[in-house]
Design a protein around this ligand. Structure first.
Ligand SMILES: NC(=O)c1ccc[n+]([C@@H]2O[C@H](COP(=O)([O-])OP(=O)(O)OC[C@H]3O[C@@H](n4cnc5c(N)ncnc54)[C@H](OP(=O)(O)O)[C@@H]3O)[C@@H](O)[C@H]2O)c1
Length: 401
């Protein structure tokens, strides 16, 4: 029987790599593709759905429905549109689901997939950052197995295979440091969108690339690691490793460190999740240690990258503070992409919103539901908008220099 798979965010960077790996492993002959999703890129979504003979193709954007239907005309693929259709497609039975939508928008479909069981390959780190307890609870109730796809968390997951949780001393997340690793704050204040997107090692979507430049990506990953591996906040460390060859490490109570290494190619982590619990041949480059010659490590600098400090604050607050951090970060990122704020303003905006909403968010317990998470997400986004309005007003009246 063919394995049933669904890919949410199929048209994105992780999604396209997932489609390519599935095609390399036999495509529609080997897999029964249940659902593929995208947003604006309906031409690619339709092309993927035709190639993989998917049962359903969903665009979250209702306005894109006519274009999707037209692009699928004459095929057996069912076209659907809208947020409800996306969640309904995620609830369709599948043995393996890739959650690769960007942002908190991936949470509801991820929860629907978790509730109906199977393997949930999770690239959408925002689900764990905003609603880690809810997602884990939903996986447990639905009998779903969560396999991390973020390269760092995949590395840790691999290093922990066969180990006992109680013997873990620390989790060491590696960070490339992004394009501004050696930049001063003054240089970063003038950073352009094009510079922020140009990641030195990884080819990724625009939003996560900018998050790597601010190190908000690493901040989210600290919260993600805490949720995934059930460790105390002070057991999660970050070390800068410019080559991105060591994908992350686990330190054990006897002082041993187990690291997972590989090329900076997401097909490694995606392929691991796709073939778990087995390993299959993957089309990734093999490391040549003689050519590598050296691996460098340096401490992370929270003074230049306040996102790392904000992650620690969110961890210390607990509850749903991660939802506020992420919602404010997403809104600040939208503003930077739109050219409305500067690069350093993003962390300032998030800090401002965390100061106002963090304590309230922390009051939520582990039983908080999706409504509470989304209400905090919306409040955080409003907080960013209000702060920006205040800044614009201040600029006009000369209050802000
Ligand atoms: N890229 C990487 O190498 C990488 C590595 C580790 C973790 N991740 C994580 O994986 C996730 C995806 O990242 P990515 O870089 O692949 O993102 P991406 O290239 O920007 O792709 C995002 C996907 O989500 C869809 N989408 C966008 N907005 C949506 C919305 N509001 N509702 C539903 N779907 C929406 C996009 O559709 P359209 O393209 O049709 O607009 C696309 O399919 C993120 O959580 C990221 O942090 C990525």
């Amino acid at each position: 029987m063919r394995r049933r798979v669904s890919i949410f965010g199929a048209t994105g960077s992780v999604g396209c790599n997932t489609v390519a790996l599935i095609e390399a492993q036999g495509g529609a002959e080997a897999y029964e593709v249940v659902a593929l999703s995208g947003a604006g890129n309906v031409a690619l979504l339709a092309e993927q759905a035709r190639r993989l003979r998917a049962r359903i193709a969903v665009t979250v954007t209702p306005g894109c429905y006519p274009a999707l239907r037209a692009a699928l005309a004459g095929s057996s693929v069912e076209a659907a549109a809208g947020a409800e259709a996306l969640v309904a497609a995620a609830a369709e039975p599948a043995d393996w689901t890739m959650s690769a939508i960007v942002g908190v928008a991936g949470l509801a479909p991820g929860l629907a997939a978790a509730a109906r069981g199977g393997v949930l390959a999770l690239a959408n780190k925002e689900s764990l950052v905003c609603a880690g307890d809810l997602l884990k609870r939903t996986c447990a109730a639905g009998g779903a197995t969560l396999i991390p796809v973020d390269s760092e968390h995949s590395a840790i997951f691999q290093a922990l295979r066969g180990e006992r949780g109680g013997e873990v001393e620390r989790i060491i997340l590696t960070a490339s440091g992004g394009p501004f690793r050696d930049w001063s704050r003054a240089q970063m204040a003038r950073a352009t969108l094009a510079q922020a997107v140009a990641h030195p090692n990884w080819t990724m979507g625009q939003r996560i690339s900018i998050d790597s430049a601010t190190m908000f990506n690493k901040a989210l990953e600290v919260l993600e690691a805490k949720q995934l591996f059930d460790v105390a906040p002070d057991q999660v460390e970050v070390v800068v490793h410019p080559q991105s060859v060591v994908h992350s490490m686990v330190g054990f109570r006897d002082g041993a460190i187990i690291a997972q290494l590989g090329p900076s190619d997401m097909r490694g982590a995606i392929g691991f999740a796709l073939n778990w619990p087995r390993r299959a041949p993957l089309p990734v480059a093999r490391l040549d240690f003689a050519a590598l010659a050296r691996l460098d490590f340096a401490p992370a600098d929270p003074a230049r990258f306040p996102a790392l400090r904000l992650a620690r604050e969110a961890l210390a607050l607990g509850g749903l503070a991660g939802a506020v951090l992420n919602g404010a970060k997403e809104a600040a990122l939208d503003a930077f992409i739109a050219g409305r704020v500067g690069f350093l303003d993003m962390a300032d905006l998030v800090e401002h919103v965390m100061e106002r909403l963090g304590a309230d968010a922390a009051r939520h317990g582990a039983d908080a539901g999706l409504d509470a998470v989304m209400a905090l997400d919306a409040a955080a986004r409003r907080g960013v908008a209000e702060r920006m309005d205040g800044m614009a007003l201040g600029a006009r009246t000369g209050v802000w220099s």
